[in-house]
Write a protein that binds this ligand. Structure first.
Ligand SMILES: *[C@@H]1O[C@H](CO)[C@@H](O)[C@H](O)[C@H]1NC(C)=O
Ligand SMILES: *[C@@H]1O[C@H](CO)[C@@H](O)[C@H](O)[C@H]1NC(C)=O
Ligand SMILES: *[C@@H]1O[C@H](CO)[C@@H](O)[C@H](O)[C@H]1NC(C)=O
Ligand SMILES: *[C@@H]1O[C@H](CO)[C@@H](O)[C@H](O)[C@H]1NC(C)=O
Ligand SMILES: *[C@@H]1O[C@H](CO)[C@@H](O)[C@H](O)[C@H]1NC(C)=O
Ligand SMILES: *[C@@H]1O[C@H](CO)[C@@H](O)[C@H](O)[C@H]1NC(C)=O
Length: 643
């Protein structure tokens, strides 16, 4: 009964939109540039003609913009006719009311480039996106505005910011790019796998639908995506929005689409996330999915006339500190690479899977004429000598601090990500050794007593207590690293830093000097590094001394353009790497599986280039000749792991 009503209202809206179309059609003839769901023949119609799509996900915010066209063209040349991307709110609004659509965040240019490459666009608006991104793409500052905020619900303190972002900023950019308005966007996703979130707040999802409708008009095809189980669709389904499902290879396709049919008895079959690979976590083996199995299930779906989006077609890289983490039975952290074992590798090269899948797609859609662009040239720029700039403890004395009786979270401090130094003293006599407890540190704490590194506490390993030997009035410093906020499930309100009081032998420590490091703001980072005198490598070497290192390298000035390369950090432990001020991301080759960091040619320049490292644990710099990194032409993302 409810279903029937739902379909009736969709029909009603379609009728209404057709009549509006006729009324408003001063510059367009009916039937021209239309995209719609045909419920009577179970298919999409584009300009009135039957249409189905083979789409692939490429996230503009995970690919350097100089490579957008290359990646989109390679996907088109595999027979795909659409690209799907999320929009990431957190990146576009890094601080409240401050918007960024430049460079890698130039959404409109990405969409127009897709159109030039003959691809339709399926846009997943969010506000929440998951995508293995920090906080699933929600801005961290929501938790500053209201620490009690009920994210992804009709909590008015949340909706106030969602509404402003959608109504004043995002949807006005999207509307002119809709298919009916001359652009390539054929469909818009509302929220994201909402049935996997426990709130099941229908007034929220209804609000999101109306917000989008009001912003883009009645013609746009709206859809939702959920796992292929009734339990997911029950909470994910939004009346008057088309429900689709997602599942990977090896799934019983008929059964999965039967589940979709319980919620959409008519209309095209759609798998909005078909997984050709899978995501990785630091310390766990690299995920792969067999190409033949992916091809087989794709063939089955396409033979049913289903429309399919492959998630990911090209995963790219979670540059900067944008990678998220997951909370399963334990906390697990996503690495910088988002290769995903996808048909195009992290560096954008066609893999064997690419060719196998192209063999399937060409049975259903014509391959464009011409050749698949070749893999990009990779270059070994060789060894780069590194020199220490000084330690984080030295730097922290030059930065602005906050005093608080009790520890404050990153969110309370208004720190998006990175590292925060928490300092206090232990003003009482302790047993030797005594247990220092830093319960539920989010996510990793490097502990120093009187300036000497004494150990690490860690959320993933659930190791929160260290034995310490401290004289009365000893100084204690805990440098806490955020490894990326949880991106999926109930725990996305993932506050970072010290989230509980710190105790020694059960006594609470009070009176904290708290110093955020400006790692995500280039101009502030560069300004603060000028406070550091250059130290010799030997001065800075000591296990656990968190230090900055810098080096320069040359890119041939003889006419040839810079090429893609990969940064190898043999002997280094864990930290961050910047090339020419561009934060490539986190490195942690000791636990793998990611060993090298991808350096897109677009961040290099002819002549001298600068590499900056922030090494958290131990640099191989006992002597200057050991203190180097290497740029190689070979990517390694499946290195050995401990777990
Ligand atoms: C797929 O669509 C074609 C053309 O519209 C039609 O002839 C065919 O019967 C459809 N196949 C299935 C399995 O629905
Ligand atoms: C593509 O299909 C052809 C013929 O069906 C086959 O000979 C070839 O090996 C296939 N290529 C791949 C990469 O699967
Ligand atoms: C510890 O520090 C407090 C406050 O600075 C001071 O009053 C006290 O004398 C110190 N105790 C010792 C044993 O140094
Ligand atoms: C630390 O303890 C104090 C006093 O019991 C309490 O007010 C404060 O909220 C606690 N802070 C944290 C982060 O748990
Ligand atoms: C980065 O820092 C500069 C200088 O303090 C400031 O003007 C700018 O707003 C900051 N950017 C962001 C995104 O916070
Ligand atoms: C870079 O090239 C310049 C000029 O050719 C040279 O003086 C310099 O030593 C080179 N630097 C490195 C790190 O190779």
């Amino acid at each position: 009964m409810m279903m029937a009503e739902g379909n009736f209202s969709i029909l009603f809206i379609l009728l209404l939109s057709v009549s509006l179309f006729v009324f408003e059609g001063s510059c367009m003839k009916a039937g021209e540039r239309s995209f719609e769901i045909d419920y009577s023949t179970d298919q999409f119609r584009k300009d009135g003609q039957p249409f189905h799509y083979i789409s692939g996900s490429i996230h503009y915010f995970r690919v350097h913009p100089t490579d957008w066209r290359d990646r989109l063209r390679k996907m088109r040349m595999a027979g795909f006719n659409a690209v799907q991307t999320y929009v990431e709110w957190a990146s576009h609004e890094p601080e409240p009311g401050m918007y960024d659509f430049t460079g890698m965040l130039d959404l409109e240019t990405f969409i127009k480039t897709a159109q030039e490459e003959d691809l339709s666009v399926i846009l997943r608006l969010g506000p929440f996106i998951d995508a293995e991104r920090d906080m699933g793409g929600l801005p961290y500052w929501l938790l500053h505005m209201n620490p009690e905020m009920r994210l992804r619900t009709s909590d008015p303190t949340y909706l106030q910011y969602v509404d402003r972002w959608f109504t004043s900023v995002l949807l006005p950019k999207v509307k002119p790019l809709l298919y009916e308005n001359g652009g390539p966007i054929i469909m818009l996703q509302v929220e994201n796998e909402y049935g996997s979130y426990p709130s099941c707040d229908f007034s929220y999802t209804g609000h999101m639908r109306d917000l989008v409708r009001n912003g883009v008009g009645l013609n746009a095809v709206l859809f939702t995506t959920d796992g292929d189980g009734v339990g997911f669709l029950k909470c994910g389904k939004i009346p008057e929005v088309y429900s689709t499902v997602d599942f990977g290879s090896g799934t019983d396709v008929n059964k999965a689409f039967d589940t979709m049919r319980l919620f959409e008895p008519h209309g095209p079959l759609v798998n909005s996330e078909y997984y050709p690979g899978w995501l990785d976590h630091w310390s766990y083996p690299h995920s792969t999915v067999d190409a033949q199995a992916v091809a087989k299930t794709l063939d089955e779906m396409l033979a049913m006339n289903a429309s399919v989006n492959m998630y990911m077609f090209h995963g790219g890289t979670s540059f900067g500190l944008t990678a998220g983490s997951n909370k399963y039975s334990n906390f697990q952290v996503c690495p910088t690479s988002y290769d995903y074992d996808a048909p195009l590798s992290e560096a954008g090269d066609p893999t064997e899977k690419y060719w196998i899948l192209r063999n399937i797609t060409k049975k259903y859609l014509p391959l464009p004429s011409g050749d698949v662009p070749p893999p990009s040239t990779k270059e070994s720029y060789g060894k780069v000598q590194m020199a220490s700039l000084g330690t984080v403890n030295q730097l922290s004395t030059k930065l602005t601090s906050v005093w608080s009786k009790w520890p404050l979270t990153f969110e309370a401090l208004r720190v998006a990500n990175g590292l925060v130094v928490y300092q206090t003293s232990i003003p009482f006599r302790t047993a030797d050794p005594a247990p220092l407890a830093i319960n539920d540190v989010h996510d990793r704490g490097y502990v120093y007593v009187d300036g000497v590194y004494v150990g690490t506490v860690d959320r993933q390993q659930e190791l929160y207590t260290l034995p310490i030997s401290a004289r009365i009035n000893a100084s204690l410093a805990i440098i806490v690293e955020s490894q990326g906020r949880i991106c999926f499930g109930a725990d996305i309100n993932d506050f970072k830093g010290l989230t509980t009081n710190v105790t020694v032998s059960g006594h609470q420590l009070e009176g904290w000097t708290i110093i955020p490091l400006p790692l995500t703001n280039n101009s502030r980072l560069a300004a603060s590094l000028t406070h550091l005198p250059l130290f010799s490598s030997q001065d800075a070497f000591s296990e656990g001394r968190m230090s900055f290192f810098q080096g320069t390298f040359n890119v041939s000035a003889e006419g040839s353009q810079p090429h893609d390369t990969f940064l190898r950090l043999d002997g280094w432990s864990k930290g961050l790497a910047w090339v020419n001020g561009f934060l490539l991301g986190r490195y942690w080759p000791e636990v793998g599986p990611q060993v090298t960091l991808y350096v897109p040619h677009g961040v290099l320049s002819q002549g001298t280039n600068t590499l900056l490292l922030l090494e958290y644990e131990a640099a191989p710099c006992l002597t200057p000749d050991m203190c180097y990194v290497t740029f190689t032409d070979t990517h390694v993302i499946n290195g050995p792991t401990p777990l």
